[in-house]
Write a protein that binds this ligand. Sequence first.
Ligand SMILES: C[S@@+](CC[C@H](N)C(=O)[O-])C[C@H]1O[C@@H](n2cnc3c(N)ncnc32)[C@H](O)[C@@H]1O
Length: 235
Amino acid sequence: MATGSVWQVTREKQHYFDLLASTWDKGMAAEVLSGLGNIVEEVGIVPGSRVVDLGSGTGVLLPFLISQLGNEGKIIALDFSAAMLREAKARNFPALVSFVQADVHEIPLADNCIDLAICNNAFPHFVDKGRALKEIARILREDGRLVICHTMSWERINNLHRSLGGVVASDLIPEKSILQGLIAKARLEVVRFEDSEQRYLVVARKVTRSFMVEKFLRLDAIYGNSYQSQTNNRR
Ligand SMILES: C[S@@+](CC[C@H](N)C(=O)[O-])C[C@H]1O[C@@H](n2cnc3c(N)ncnc32)[C@H](O)[C@@H]1O
């Protein structure tokens, strides 16, 4: 997709979510909240971590993240919808939470500064998923993790968006192998994948340089010198 059209679709979605902001929390069932609490707990967030909630909306995830961090660390709630962030700010979260209005395709954060990036119910809406994943990988420190989560199955999420129609009709999560390919291209590695009635959960970690070297050595062991000399010849 050309950059111009990404920008245009992104603007349309921004408007769509602005309109939903004031009623967003009304649709939040208790079982959804408890499912989210479980996910955040299982992911294992270390107190003192720097966490970014990508597509944070009205801040549904924030209480769970705060309780894991125990007031140590930092949470950045990032969303491109000003109205969603306004709702979140009105909830008066403690000072470890800050808010950033930005597009996930161009995250205004430094390289390697985040321990955990989490996207609840937001990833399908990212217009250029490959580019978003590369941006997320850029801000993660080595070994930092990305969590993509939903409290329903892959099939239900995609059917829900198809049935909503309009600007979100094609906001689908790619099938597993395609998503894994996009994640790998961003220099992330899937370490956990779950797709059940209750949840869709992907955890990926930023691959370290030594991991890349190990991978290269493994290829070398399989293909022998031919792999190395072919690679050298290409230089
Ligand atoms: C379905 S809502 C989920 C909100 C929240 N995470 C939750 O679970 O309630 C998706 C959110 O992602 C945000 N979003 C979608 N595309 C985005 C983008 N490209 N950059 C930043 N935020 C985005 C929307 O504004 C919206 O608040």
